[in-house]
Design a protein around this ligand. Structure first.
Ligand SMILES: NC(=O)c1ccc[n+]([C@@H]2O[C@H](COP(=O)([O-])OP(=O)(O)OC[C@H]3O[C@@H](n4cnc5c(N)ncnc54)[C@H](OP(=O)(O)O)[C@@H]3O)[C@@H](O)[C@H]2O)c1
Length: 172
């Protein structure tokens, strides 16, 4: 299977890349700096570029089976509103639809879309807006991103992750 990963140099992207390579998938990644990827593998193609460059995205997804989007704004970001993730996702979705690449898996956050209802009220009303403003900014952009995916013709999965820790996987 041929897989493209956007965000492969990030905290979660590195784990996703390692897993994909271990499954013997043919993996292509787009990174801004190839030195951010220390590993080499015969089933890994590294392309240097920016995901906001539509032509690069178009080239990289040609003849691929699956696209994984685990882009981020550098952990917690700088606390300022950003449309980076939703803008990048729009480009990816557009180019996939044009090129007839159907399968898309995207990382989102718990708290986006209707998952807000699963959070305790004091988290939504007090902790998020007053004590975790950086996360609110990230969720705001996921709320712009998710409809772009849901309204597309793609075969998509949005994974709304909670906080991720770098420890061995549990069975659940
Ligand atoms: N980490 C968590 O605990 C957690 C929990 C829930 C949800 N999430 C969500 O999951 C996603 C991934 O999180 P993360 O913590 O792994 O993110 P991260 O460490 O911030 O990684 C961000 C990735 O996006 C890439 N990127 C940023 N701008 C780019 C651009 N213009 N062109 C190409 N690549 C670009 C970065 O590449 P560079 O190396 O070039 O910067 C990096 O590979 C995020 O959307 C986050 O909100 C994360």
């Amino acid at each position: 299977m041929k897989v493209v990963i956007f965000g492969a140099s990030g905290f979660s992207g590195r784990a996703i890349l390692k897993k994909a390579l271990s499954q013997d998938y043919q993996v292509t990644i787009l990174v801004r700096n190839r030195n951010s990827i220390p590993m080499k593998a015969s089933n890994l193609i590294i392309v240097e570029g920016n995901v906001l460059d539509r032509n690069t995205v178009d080239e990289i997804i040609q003849n691929q089976d699956v696209v994984i989007q685990c882009l981020g704004i550098g952990g917690k970001g700088n606390g300022k509103q950003s449309t980076f993730i939703s803008d990048a996702t729009k480009i990816i979705v557009d180019e996939m639809e044009k090129s007839n690449v159907k399968r898309l898996v995207v990382m989102s956050n718990v708290g986006a879309g209707n998952s807000v209802a699963f959070q305790p009220w004091f988290f939504n009303k007090i902790i998020l807006p007053y004590f975790m403003k950086w996360l609110k900014v990230i969720i705001d952009d996921k709320n712009r991103m998710e409809p772009v995916i849901m309204n597309s013709q793609l075969d998509w999965t949005i994974v709304r992750c909670p906080n991720i820790v770098d420890k061995p996987a549990k069975k659940k």
